[in-house]
Design a protein around this ligand. Structure first.
Ligand SMILES: C[S@@+](CC[C@H](N)C(=O)[O-])C[C@H]1O[C@@H](n2cnc3c(N)ncnc32)[C@H](O)[C@@H]1O
Ligand SMILES: *[C@@H]1O[C@H](CO)[C@@H](O)[C@H](O)[C@H]1NC(C)=O
Ligand SMILES: *[C@@H]1O[C@H](CO)[C@@H](O)[C@H](O)[C@H]1NC(C)=O
Ligand SMILES: *[C@@H]1O[C@H](CO)[C@@H](O)[C@H](O)[C@H]1NC(C)=O
Ligand SMILES: *[C@@H]1O[C@H](CO)[C@@H](O)[C@H](O)[C@H]1NC(C)=O
Ligand SMILES: *[C@@H]1O[C@H](CO)[C@@H](O)[C@H](O)[C@H]1NC(C)=O
Length: 673
């Protein structure tokens, strides 16, 4: 039985390293400065620079595992002996990293993976003098499943599912079953049928009385992002198994307690990142690369968890804290028993970060955004006729530049203002435009183009700095109309505060006194016209924490006044939603929240009584998945019972990009009744 060494030097492919996408992604993140690992690059043959979202995703994974490993090493500092057992270690560089950091005093690292993987890993280690030099009292020709055996590092080729073989191999490799041991499973157990992973969780509990199990993998398979995630792994022939039976952190925790572990703490990655990564470290990481994919980042983090389970009183001290100090309040949605019905509108229309405005009832202008295949920005009009909605293109082609996350505001007295937005996250789109729409005969059902006139608006006064993910809302003061620009972000500032007033008839940026405590700086919030002022709801603050506050800007004698209203029960914080005021109620739809209970549907806030109710959307009759973020919406009739939702979707980490391909309508009859 020559598991490893006889084959080693003839395996050219092995010496070339792996193309394993998770290792390639970790190397990319390390190269961009997210974390330090000089050894990992030795195990890859393909060096690729990944998108910032992927780098962040692998950073948080690395950081969570590193956090638990360091905590274990700290707790066991005075133990005469401690061990790390990495199951499905793949090409992880953990041993070399800890060894170089002199963190492995009196510790032995055991790694287990399939024989062909450990064989290749052994070959790679052996081919590099630095790596080989880091193995003390290196045994050149070990036997059986042992591919590498040194004083502090043992690499074993066995199938983790074969309990007795693993136990035998570990014993042969010198595992001390009573020494404090950390068992690591980083995205491994979910690849085997749940009966096998359950067995692993049981036998480790049984055999290692002083131990800490650390696991990182996926949860929430059933929401739109979860579904795309599952489909991705299915296509790669590496089905995710465990999350069907254990779909959330509570189920994972009970799983470990049921399988014999004494204590268990499981946190989703949003809670880990916001609660256990110090703010300075988060700022460092967030400033490494231009970034504007908040929705995707939070969704990725809500679909992975870090779990620690302990045996023995010493190991209990190494558990993650049950309730980390998180800046996100743990509000639960107050669900209404009624779900709002959602229908498809048979028009092809897709885009992320588009902006819309209701020009008049049944007429919606849509600009900018990006769509599949990097197709450029398209300006379109949606018209409602007797046959339902239809899309009408615009002539001459309207060039507003590449624009995402901008605003389109219908001005009192005619015209539509297009403001802000960005092309790349380093390039805000400058310029302010006024668009005038000529639909010809609106009753002509055959008509398939509309005319638009576009003027650059030249405004006097002090304009706000270029921004995106802001709002631009019509307010009025003493009979004069203004566009109120609030919040957003720019290249260097994570969230902008302040408010700016543009006089509509004078085209002048005007200083108007505003009293009261201004709301926290934010972006991706909503701001709706209401009684001459605006209602601001939600958004994401400068620390990357979703907000759930409702703040009203009211006209006053001298100017305006901010007035925060305390809504009961408090709505779950969210951002990237849309909102409309309908007859004294604020209707908020979609968005992203960090709550584990599904995705947001709609929350209705009664602005008189300041009470709120959450509604789910009944999406059974629309194409699935429906992703309601980075979309736009219009109330097609000012008093109407129906909302039209257009575009939306996002890049689902490395699992593919999803676009909602058709608009949908949400029937608001149950909430307006
Ligand atoms: C996604 S990789 C993760 C590798 C490593 N834990 C990391 O995070 O970088 C999953 C690893 O688990 C290993 N694996 C999966 N099923 C296994 C089994 N039944 N026995 C041993 N290893 C297994 C695979 O070979 C692969 O190396
Ligand atoms: C890695 O992938 C590249 C193409 O993506 C391929 O040409 C190469 O042979 C692969 N190497 C190994 C060792 O699998
Ligand atoms: C060996 O690996 C180390 C660490 O990854 C790297 O710095 C060094 O360049 C490698 N040496 C060779 C000869 O590949
Ligand atoms: C997955 O397995 C099927 C059937 O065994 C095979 O046809 C397909 O090529 C595999 N796909 C990948 C991505 O390996
Ligand atoms: C972004 O906004 C901040 C705050 O208003 C400002 O100080 C900064 O100069 C802006 N950054 C750029 C690149 O314009
Ligand atoms: C707000 O709630 C009060 C008390 O339930 C109700 O009388 C009023 O009609 C509601 N207003 C709106 C606009 O729904």
């Amino acid at each position: 039985m020559h598991w490893c060494f006889t084959l080693m030097f003839s395996l050219q492919a092995a010496v070339q390293g792996t193309n394993d996408s998770s290792v390639v992604s970790k190397v990319s993140a390390a190269a961009q400065g997210y974390f330090q690992d000089v050894f990992l690059q030795h195990f890859v043959c393909k060096v690729a620079r990944r998108a910032p979202l992927i780098n962040r995703g692998y950073y948080v994974r690395w950081r969570a595992v590193d956090h638990c490993v360091r905590r274990f090493l700290h707790i066991t500092e005075n133990c005469p002996k401690r061990q790390i057992l990495s199951l499905g270690a793949g090409f992880d560089s953990l041993y070399f990293r800890l060894c170089a950091g002199e963190a492995l005093d009196r510790a032995v690292v055991f790694e287990v993976d399939f024989p062909d993987v450990t064989r290749r890993k052994a070959a790679l280690i052996n081919s590099n003098i630095t790596l080989r030099g880091m193995l003390d009292s290196y045994l050149p020709s070990p036997t059986g499943p042992v591919c590498v055996s040194s004083a502090q590092y043992r690499l074993l080729g066995v199938d983790v599912r074969e309990e007795s073989q693993v136990e035998e191999a570990l014993s042969a490799a010198g595992m001390d079953w009573v020494a404090p041991t950390l068992i690591l499973s980083e995205v491994v157990l979910t690849y085997m049928e749940t009966q096998w992973s359950d067995t692993v969780i049981s036998w480790t509990a049984k055999l290692l009385p002083q131990s800490l199990f650390v696991m990182y993998e996926q949860i929430h398979p059933h929401d739109p992002f979860g579904r795309i995630m599952q489909d991705h792994f299915l296509k790669l022939n590496s089905t995710l198994h465990a999350l069907r039976q254990y779909p959330d952190t509570a189920a994972q925790r009970h799983r470990f307690l049921d399988k014999g572990w004494e204590q268990c703490v499981c946190l989703d990655m949003n809670l880990f990142y916001l609660g256990l990564v110090p703010e300075e470290e988060r700022s460092r990481v967030e400033s490494l690369e231009p970034f504007d994919e908040y929705e995707e980042w939070h969704q990725k983090c809500s679909h992975y968890f870090i779990l620690t389970a302990s045996q023995g009183s010493l190991m209990a001290q190494a558990l993650l804290p049950h309730a980390p100090v998180s800046p996100v309040p743990s509000t639960c949605p107050s669900w209404s028993p009624t779900a709002l019905s959602v229908q498809t509108v048979p028009v092809c229309l897709e885009g992320l970060g588009m902006a819309s405005s209701l020009v008049s009832p049944g007429q919606v202008l849509l600009t900018g955004g990006c769509s599949r295949g990097g197709r450029g920005p398209v300006t379109r009009i949606l018209l409602r006729g007797q046959e339902g909605w239809r899309a009408v293109s615009v002539e001459p082609a309207l060039d507003l530049g590449v624009r995402l996350y901008h605003t389109v505001t219908t001005l009192p007295g005619g015209g539509i203002m297009v403001y802000g937005g960005r092309s790349s996250p380093l390039n805000p789109t400058r310029g302010l435009f006024r668009v005038i729409l000529d639909l010809g005969s609106p009753l002509d059902e055959e008509q398939d183009t509309a005319k638009l006139w576009v003027d650059q608006m030249v405004c006097t006064g002090d304009p706000p700095l270029a921004r995106w993910r802001h709002t631009a809302t019509v307010v009025s003061h003493k009979g004069k109309d203004f566009v109120f620009v609030f919040g957003g972000k720019n290249e260097s500032e994570a969230a902008l505060g302040g408010g700016y007033f543009l006089s509509v008839d004078q085209q002048h940026w005007t200083e108007i006194p505003v009293e009261g405590a201004a709301p926290t700086a934010r972006h991706s919030h909503s701001a709706c016209s209401h009684q001459g002022g605006v209602v601001v709801f939600g958004g994401l603050d400068g620390r990357g924490v979703p907000l759930g506050d409702t703040v009203v800007l009211r006209p006053s004698e001298r100017g305006f006044c901010w007035d925060r209203i305390e809504v009961q029960p408090p709505p779950v914080p969210r951002y990237s939603h849309t909102a409309h005021v309908i007859g004294g109620r604020l209707v908020v739809v979609g968005g992203v929240w960090l709550h584990s209970d599904g995705v947001p549907g709609g929350v209705i806030i009664n602005l008189t009584t300041c009470s709120s109710v959450e509604f789910r959307l009944d999406t059974t009759s629309v194409p699935w998945p429906l992703m309601l973020h980075s979309f736009c919406s219009e109330l097609t009739d000012p008093e109407g019972p129906e909302l039209l939702l257009m575009g939306g979707g996002g890049n689902c980490f490395s699992f593919g990009t999803h676009f909602n391909l058709q608009p949908i309508t949400v029937d608001l009859t149950p909430v307006l009744g």
